[in-house]
Ligand binder design. Sequence first.
Ligand SMILES: Nc1ncnc2c1ncn2[C@@H]1O[C@H](COP(=O)(O)OP(=O)(O)OP(=O)(O)O)[C@@H](O)[C@H]1O
Length: 261
Amino acid sequence: MSDVVMPPRLEADAVSYRYPDGTTALHSVSLQVHAGEIVAVLGRSGAGKSTLMRCLAGLEIPTDGRVLRDGEDRSALRGRARRRAHARVGVVFQEFQLVERATVLSNALIGRLAYQPVLPSLLHFVRRSDREIAVESVRRLGLGEQLRKRADALSGGQRQRVAIARALAQQPDMLLADEPVANLDPVLARGVVDDIVRLARVEQLTAVLNLHDVDLARHVADRLIGLRAGRLVFDRPVCDVSSSDLDLLYADPARSPVGVQ
Ligand SMILES: Nc1ncnc2c1ncn2[C@@H]1O[C@H](COP(=O)(O)OP(=O)(O)OP(=O)(O)O)[C@@H](O)[C@H]1O
């Protein structure tokens, strides 16, 4: 559905992030996500996964270090160029972030906003091509029958699929999903993650998923990245991640041996 172009390579170069209250959530994290690769980020609650995701998505600017897309730092972009760069990054959040009182189609159309000239979008004018892309995105997530239904009348799994359809309507070349299934039961979670990964593979997107479920992450990702207390602990192909890597990642800090925080 999108133009045939190479998906981007995404890179964090010594990224640190400190919140205004002084909490340092990331300590010099460096990683690369290769073009078209699917990477899952694992770690305990508070490890810094969401902060890393927000930095990768360009929603936060690192306090130190850089996020590079195909070797280019996007933080310097302004105005239209910045809007366009953001448009190519589809982001899916745990809380869905839908407009609850709007229809499924209207929510998917939000994914087209960055491509519209400002005046027509202010006047609620929707180009036919944008509508077609949004409808097609919703259909691909199996919600073609629900186009006119309000988001708040859907189940949790359906709502997350609308959020994915909205991201897909952006015609992204990169997909970032922050705990996309944390609010869903395990069976639904599996289905939604399978949908995300299927789309990422078909559309050849570079994808990063924050996941709590290690088995699910192993099942869908090419590579696993482990974060602990804001530091990168491992970054390996799925088959090379051992149970001791995972033990180190999830060990209770109160019981950890000296040297492991
Ligand atoms: N807005 C904020 N202000 C101050 N500190 C914050 C803020 N958001 C997160 N933090 C802190 O930054 C650290 C990393 O948080 P982050 O949300 O990135 O972790 P996480 O791995 O995504 O956790 P979870 O799995 O629970 O979502 C934590 O210590 C957290 O308390």
